[in-house]
Design a protein around this ligand. Structure first.
Ligand code: PLP
Length: 459
């Protein structure tokens, strides 16, 4: 069945592409049959990676690739301080949260110190899906409601609950009966949507008009829930709207949206799996760019440089009705080894100033892409914050998404040893989200490869 999942199916290998692959690659792709067909492998010619350092990875033939995609290795692949911390704790002890241990306490205090003081409780899990799953349960218990609002192309996880809140999984995924979707804040073409806000005289949306338009979407969604007898519980959103297509601006527009969520009795769950941990360069957390304190925060991917670690932080009054009555145990979440890895990541982020690097190199990266735009009209828009950039590929002279060219660019970049992927409702936005140690030299490498790619394709 065609599922039309942009995040899963757009840049993915299919068995009918196996012809022409070298023997080992072909054998490995065939052996993956044992895994079950739900897994997706990137690229028409899959990549077999065996080693990583910083923002570079190597395949089994020793070929080096520039990694412009992987946000899990947030402080760089195989950072020695993280590797050492994991090895030291793994050789001492690894248990779970039903015994006393300092690691979880030190890390809990340290990570909460990066958040506004209202967010004063934290619980640990292994994946972003589990963190969001727990966050929705907490929100529902606190509000007494059930309905959750997400954006049209949102992805929030793979559990029974969160997959039902993830329209990005495609049309074969059953969505929750009590969930409602609102349009993503698509700053590039939102004016074309029904009742969209008008840009000002300089062609830009103000934070006020944009926020009011989105807040109206929330009102309509809640009104629809109420007509069906469903009480509103939460707005679950990632403040950079990554799977929707990367929309960080205009900063500040979420304030009226969240005010409306609160007025209507809901809470905001800030899914920080993508924009958190200094990625945007402006602040440690993505929501801080918007100047709002969420009710609940979730994170995962960038926390422990690849060890399965995630969190849900909340205001104590929001957490209390759930946590005060329902026990929580997560066998692996918060274990001493994962906490040691997470602590090392946080220490490296401070010592190596990944936030400053995201801000500085991200700006250089964005400017270099904007400079490419004039000679290559297929680049319709370049937007982002820090080291999270979306590069929109369109039919020249229009704002029509061109997914086919985006995929050709992606595959040609891969042949030029640069790894990235696509996102967005139309699967045409290059998702540029490298490890946070991405350097000026890495930007040059990318721009050279991108220039060659665009010239090869004649676009
Ligand atoms: C915004 C967002 N939320 C949640 C998740 C789920 O995280 P995990 O794959 O760790 O369960 C993802 C994963 O891509 C994500 O991008």
């Amino acid at each position: 069945m065609a599922t039309r999942s942009t995040i899963m199916d757009t840049n993915s290998f299919r068995p009918d592409m196996a012809q022409g692959l070298d023997r080992t690659t072909r054998r490995l792709t065939e052996e993956r049959g044992v895994l079950g067909p739900a897994y997706r492998l990137f690229y028409r010619r899959p990549v077999h990676l065996v080693k990583g350092r910083g923002s570079h990875v190597w395949d089994a033939d020793g070929v080096e690739y520039l990694d412009v995609y992987n946000n899990v290795a947030s402080v760089g692949h195989c950072h020695p301080r993280v590797v050492d911390a994991i090895a030291a704790q793994a050789s001492a002890l690894n248990t779970h949260t039903r015994y006393l241990h300092e690691n979880i306490l030190h890390y809990a205090q340290d990570i909460l110190s990066t958040m506004p003081r209202e967010l004063d409780r934290v619980m640990f899990q292994c994946t972003g899906s589990e963190a969001n799953d727990l966050a929705v349960r907490v929100a529902r218990t606190y509000t007494g409601g059930e309905g959750v609002i997400v954006t049209h192309e949102a992805y929030h996880g793979n559990s029974a609950l969160t997959s039902g809140l993830s329209p990005a999984l495609g049309t074969a995924q059953t969505l929750g009966l009590s969930m409602r979707m609102i349009p993503a804040p698509d700053t590039y073409r939102v004016g074309a949507q029904d009742g969209g806000p008008s840009p000002d005289s300089s062609g830009r949306w103000s934070a006020e008009s944009f926020g009011a338009w989105m807040a109206d979407g929330i009102r309509r969604a809640v009104a629809d829930m109420e007509r069906h007898g469903i009480a509103f519980a939460a707005f679950l959103a990632d403040s950079i709207f990554s799977s929707d297509g990367v929309y960080p601006d205009p900063a500040g527009y979420l304030q009226p949206v969240i005010d409306t969520v609160h007025e209507l009795g809901g809470v905001w769950i800030a899914d920080e799996v993508q924009p958190g941990f200094t990625r945007t360069g402006d602040a440690f957390w993505g929501f801080q760019r918007q100047g709002i304190v969420p009710d609940i925060v979730t994170s995962g991917k960038p926390m422990a440089n690849g060890l399965p670690t995630s969190l849900m932080a909340a205001r104590h009054e929001v957490l209390e009705p759930f946590a005060g009555s329902i026990p929580y145990f997560n066998t692996f979440g918060g274990n001493p080894v994962c906490m040691a890895a997470a602590q090392a990541v946080l220490d490296v982020m401070r010592d190596e100033d990944t936030m400053g690097n995201s801000r500085r190199v991200g700006a250089v990266f964005k400017d270099a892409l904007l400079a490419l735009q004039s000679g290559h009209p297929c680049i319709g828009d370049v937007r982002g914050a820090g080291l999270y950039i979306g590069c929109e590929i369109v039919t020249p002279g229009t704002r029509l998404p061109d997914q086919s060219t985006a995929l050709d660019i992606l595959e040609t970049l891969r042949m030029n040893h640069v790894l990235t992927s696509v996102c967005g409702r139309y699967g045409n936005v290059l998702k540029l989200r490298p490890p946070l140690v991405f350097s000026d030299d890495d930007v040059d490498l990318f721009i050279n490869a991108m220039t060659t790619t665009l010239e090869t394709l004649g676009v």
